[in-house]
Write a protein that binds this ligand. Sequence first.
Ligand SMILES: Cc1ncc(COP(=O)(O)O)c(C=O)c1O
Length: 412
Amino acid sequence: MSTIIDVENTYTSGVYGKRQIAIVRGKGALLWDVDGHEYIDCAGGHGVANIGHGRTEIAAVLAAQAQRLITCPEIFYNDIRARLLERLAQITPESITNFFLCNSGTEAVEGALKFARLVTGRIGIVATLRGFHGRTMGALSTTWDPHYREPFTPLIPGVTHIRYNNLEAAQSAITEETAAVIIELVQGEGGVHVAHEGYVRELTSLCRERGALLIVDEVQTGFGRTGRLFACEHYGLQPDILCLAKSLAGGVPMGVIGLGPHVMESGRITKGAHGSTFGGNPLACAAALATLDIIRQEKLVERAVALGEYTLQRLQEMRSPLIREVRGRGLLIGIELNRRVQPYLEALCERRILALSAGPNVLRLLPPLVITEEQLKHTLDVIEELLVHPKTQNASCAGNSLRDKSDPYILQ
Ligand SMILES: Cc1ncc(COP(=O)(O)O)c(C=O)c1O
């Protein structure tokens, strides 16, 4: 009989670099493979699993909603959607009053870019070095990594990438032709770089001054991940457009474009300007409402603060020649190594811990916010064993040096 891995390898598209484990079940921050091995999940479904795996509350609302109504395009009104829209208006930054519902992060960004062009009548989009905003053509144009972009050129015109946290670069790039600036407040995929407060403040003023909209991409940072419900709250930031997805609906695909007054009061949002068949379907809306309840009831935002502080402190105390820097906010944490990270991810996996990379040399931890203290402590003990006591490390970690000269992430 073929194994799961053989079958996937035979029929999958081939675009993913897969790890050699077949995950079949999850509970909280634990995952189990087909052979019954237990893993601590610090990959968190790429930031989707904030409320943890195997949530019976989500299963129950999905089952109930599925029996009542699964699909209902937005040409009709719907009770569950109305409740979610109202809830989103209550919890997102004050500037965000209206919402376009979609199905993924890239779609949220794609729509945000369209709204920005529609509303301003301008073409230019300013994005940042190391920024990641998705893989569809518009979003991909704003994603920075040349490996992702270059095979698909020409992408949409008018996109410039500027240095992150560099005000001078922003001053020269944002002009009267700029429709929008798009930014992550913590760059997730690009190495876990946190935006400086002064930078965000000045960037916002520059956008206002020059009539450009500020799009904040909180696809990864949203819903408690950074120790606030939205990372905007760290900065008192009122974006013009807010992109959300990943953990919003507890694992069910869903994205949101939050829209502020510069969009809504422009008078340029016309019927038919944008749309999505699945967007705002009652099934995803029901899952999102239940997810938001869980985040509030279980105080997961506060949990991300406490566990994030503990994690950062422990990592910062680790004295290792392999560690260049530890960065992060809440439970979005990056350990920059002076080595390529891949062998360390493999070594962690052998020790039954799943983690992510963020660029070639940053080990990223993105656990469910429900991870227990014991699970987190064990994860950090294992990281310490690998990075601080390398005599016990996996042989594949040895002698793995960074290609500093050729790697764009390391040079930028
Ligand atoms: C900040 C950010 N924006 C957009 C995306 C794209 O989201 P999706 O994979 O749901 O299309 C991601 C995915 O990692 C992300 O981290």
